[in-house]
Design a protein around this ligand. Structure first.
Ligand code: BT5
Length: 248
């Protein structure tokens, strides 16, 4: 069960880094929370900004047998964030592979990292959720939002953590039982399905996003053929063919 053990730090470099450094000593299901991260990061080591105590930054460790379905854990995490926001009456969309958006702005980023052992895989799932932040640094000001900005309310960060962990437990159970309920939730509330995107900075061809497949890959139509990409294979630069907004 996720969250039976929760370890809280006032300040730490990064909760994902902590889990990766200490996975041998931590039990599966352990949650590491930080009030402040000095080097929080996203994919490709992009910086994750978070003001002290206003927001939720945490990681959880899972030790699981290796299967190809491990790649679905980002979608399990995204479904959990989506559901938690919905429970609090905030309507979000999931932007594959790892962003949760509200009104076109990023409210949460998820980072899944894996370390392979002989018999199992250590999976670190990091969540950066903007809870009470009321403003963001320059380059984020037009592309980030928070729960408070969307609802006008302020929240107790610990309560949001517990709600999120409750939902992670629900969708993780589905995942372990090989159900795809969380995938349907992601598909039904997808920011990208039905839109045209560029798959990388270099590409000039817009492709139509058709679906998210059973392994969590993005299925696009390119030259009349369907092609499935994993999150590490492509970097979406935009939506609607508008190259100006890059959510990272
Ligand atoms: C992510 O990466 O969105 C995953 C972020 C995961 C952060 C959590 S916090 C707890 C755990 N410990 C860590 O060290 N990390 C995890 P990516 O898709 O690469 O997006 C990164 C981009 O999001 C940046 O380049 C910015 O453009 C944008 N960004 C940074 N901080 C943000 C914020 N607070 N709100 C919205 N967007 C942000």
């Amino acid at each position: 069960m996720i969250g039976k053990k929760i370890i809280c730090f006032d300040t730490i470099n990064s909760t994902n880094q902590y889990v990766k450094d200490h996975h041998k000593d931590l039990e599966s299901g352990t949650v590491i929370v930080a009030k402040k991260q000095t080097s929080g990061y996203g994919r490709l080591h992009r910086k994750w900004e978070s003001s002290e105590q206003d927001n939720l930054t945490f990681s959880l460790l899972l030790k699981l047998p290796f299967t190809e379905r491990i790649s679905l854990l980002t979608q399990v995490a995204a479904a959990s964030v989506y559901r938690s926001l919905k429970d609090l009456k905030i309507d979000a969309l999931v932007k594959w592979p790892n962003d949760i958006l509200v009104q076109d702005k990023k409210i949460c980023g998820i980072l899944v990292e894996t370390i392979l052992e002989k018999k199992y895989v250590n999976v670190t799932i990091g969540f950066g959720l903007n809870v009470n932040a009321l403003n963001f640094k320059n380059d984020l000001s037009d592309k980030a939002t928070s729960m408070s900005l969307e609802s006008g309310k302020s929240y107790i960060v610990k309560d949001i953590l517990h709600l999120l962990l409750k939902n992670v437990n629900i969708y993780l159970k589905d995942f372990l039982e090989e159900s795809d309920i969380f995938l349907d939730l992601i598909r039904d509330n997808s920011y990208l399905i039905g839109k045209y995107v560029y798959l990388s900075e270099e590409e000039s061809q817009l492709v139509l996003v058709k679906n998210i497949d059973h392994l969590g890959r993005l299925v696009v139509v390119s030259n009349n053929k369907e092609v499935a990409y994993t999150g590490s294979e492509v970097t979406l630069t935009s939506n609607y063919g508008n190259k100006e907004k890059n959510y990272g």
